[in-house]
Ligand binder design. Structure first.
Ligand SMILES: C[S@@+](CC[C@H](N)C(=O)[O-])C[C@H]1O[C@@H](n2cnc3c(N)ncnc32)[C@H](O)[C@@H]1O
Length: 231
């Protein structure tokens, strides 16, 4: 079990009173985002994914399912996967829907049985690509191609934008604790993504990619970007 999954398991335990947004780290100055901010994020994800009543949605690193449940309402079927057993337990208990299943899966090792569920035409990873290196991102994409249909839309949303990292550090002024966590690769925002790197990988795999800035109304949007891969 990785330190990241243990971290999220602990966060579920600590966040029982603080609510679903806090558990998955959707916070502003340590407090859960407002329901208005959640609505903006949800709307933006729904739009970019181009969901429809016939869609099959795979939500990678779905956390406690707070987004998955809402997105599932607009599709035929949805599957949410996360490697934190505690997150998946909350998802099953609090964010269930008749057309939605949750599985404990390490997305770095997507197992073939997900393919056994049929193919997906919509794939989302929201606010989690920071836990994947560029090499892991490339490997993941090749696996996603095997379990998705040719008309796929794959969205990696809320990804730390490497072009904004200097400004992020200038505003945050990382203290010793954060500098040490970064040194030992224990910083939660471990991987920052350059658009040129993503474009090169997508070119190699024959994929069409575009980038967009998340709605500035969302806390933390200014140093992130969305990666949108479309047929
Ligand atoms: C910041 S939370 C976001 C959760 C959800 N996508 C959302 O937006 O509410 C990041 C999630 O990624 C999950 N995660 C990180 N690395 C993972 C991996 N290799 N496999 C599966 N889940 C992973 C964590 O357990 C955590 O639930």
């Amino acid at each position: 079990m990785s330190w990241v999954s243990k971290y999220y398991d602990r966060r579920v335990a600590a966040g029982a009173q603080k609510g679903l947004f806090w558990q998955v780290g959707h916070t502003e100055q340590g407090r859960p985002i407002s329901s208005e901010q959640f609505a903006v994020m949800l709307d933006s994800l729904g739009q970019v994914l181009q969901l429809g009543p016939g869609s099959s949605l795979l939500d990678l690193c779905c956390g406690n399912g707070v987004f998955t449940r809402q997105l599932a309402a607009g599709v035929q079927r949805a599957v949410g996967v996360d490697f934190s057993p505690a997150m998946i337990a909350v998802a099953r208990a609090e964010c269930a829907a008749p057309n939605l299943t949750y599985q404990v899966v390490d997305v770095k090792r997507i197992p073939p049985q997900l393919a056994g569920q049929g193919k997906f035409d919509r794939i989302l990873m929201n606010a989690a690509l920071q836990h994947f290196s560029l090499a892991e991102f490339r490997t993941l994409l090749t696996r996603l191609l095997q379990i998705s249909t040719p008309d796929r839309v794959i969205v990696f949303a809320f990804v730390p934008n490497a072009a904004r990292r200097t400004e992020f550090d200038r505003r945050l002024k990382p203290g010793l604790a954060l500098r040490l966590r970064r040194l030992f690769r224990r910083d939660l925002v471990t991987h920052w993504y350059h658009q040129d790197d993503v474009r090169r990988i997508c070119d190699e795999l024959g994929l069409r990619v575009r980038f967009r800035d998340p709605d500035p109304a969302i806390a933390g949007a200014w140093y992130r970007h969305d990666i949108v891969i479309e047929a």
